[in-house]
Design a protein around this ligand. Structure first.
Ligand SMILES: [Zn+2]
Ligand SMILES: [Zn+2]
Length: 244
């Protein structure tokens, strides 16, 4: 028997596992309670062949959403574990502002199953150093390390840099968002050698308009990446719903 067993049991008693969504006591760490689990919308096919926006019905292989038909994205898909909703948002806020690192682990578990075949490396979306300083951590890095533990893929946190702080994109239109992030990112030293011909998973917590992901994907491809797939915890669906 593990000599620490009584102590571990004591810790277990003191800190029962709690639902990452609402804090209700649950049977194991990183498990959602039945209510939160029911309210989470896990994303999957049928979806847009370009951006993985879920479709209500199967439109056939290669079908694209209205946005991608009008303007093909610079990336090779967006793999998001869940749709952005109440519970997904609570978890993202807990991680970002509450510093609850366990939330990163919960997200990473749900995201690990979305890691596509042939992926080579994980690149977290960088934070500007001022924001990093005030927050103390980059949530995307924490999530990427969680995914790395499950997938065995390396985390490369210096390939991309945020060289300019960006304003809050909330409430801005598509064009204004793209303008706000233009020039905000740069490749780190030595990035080209590591990116050449690779399939990159760009890791973030929430995928909203795509402005950030698009800017990073463009840059990574310019640096030599063969494919850039966005991997995130939650995706805002309403803003990107097809226009029809
Ligand atoms: Zn719950
Ligand atoms: Zn699409």
């Amino acid at each position: 028997m593990d000599p620490r067993a009584p102590l571990l049991r004591l810790v277990d008693l003191a800190l029962p596992p709690r639902c990452p969504g609402c804090g209700a006591i649950v049977e194991a760490d990183h498990r959602f309670c039945a209510g939160c689990w029911d309210s989470l919308q896990f994303l999957g096919a049928p979806w847009c062949a370009a951006c993985n926006l879920p479709f209500d019905f199967d439109r056939g292989p290669g079908a694209r959403c209205a946005a991608c038909l009008a303007d093909p994205p610079p990336h090779d898909g967006v793999r998001a574990a869940v749709a952005y909703g109440d519970v997904a948002r609570r978890l993202a806020l807990k991680l970002k502002y509450g510093g609850r690192l366990a939330a990163a682990e919960t997200m990473a578990r749900a995201m690990a199953r979305l890691v596509p075949e042939g992926a080579d490396l994980l690149v977290p979306v960088p934070l500007h150093r001022w924001r990093l300083w005030s927050r103390g951590f980059n949530q995307a890095v924490l999530i990427a390390h969680g995914v790395a533990r499950r997938s065995g893929l390396p985390v490369e946190r210096d390939l991309l840099r945020r060289v300019r702080a960006t304003p809050k994109l909330q409430g801005l239109g598509r064009r204004a968002r793209a303008k706000a992030v233009a020039g905000a990112f740069a490749l780190g030293p030595g990035a080209r050698a590591k990116l050449q011909g690779r399939t990159v998973l760009l890791v973030d917590d929430v995928h909203t308009s795509g402005a950030t992901g698009d800017a990073c994907a463009r840059l990574l491809k310019r640096g030599g990446a063969a494919r850039v797939i966005l991997l995130c915890w939650a995706r805002v669906l309403a803003e990107e719903a097809p226009l029809d």
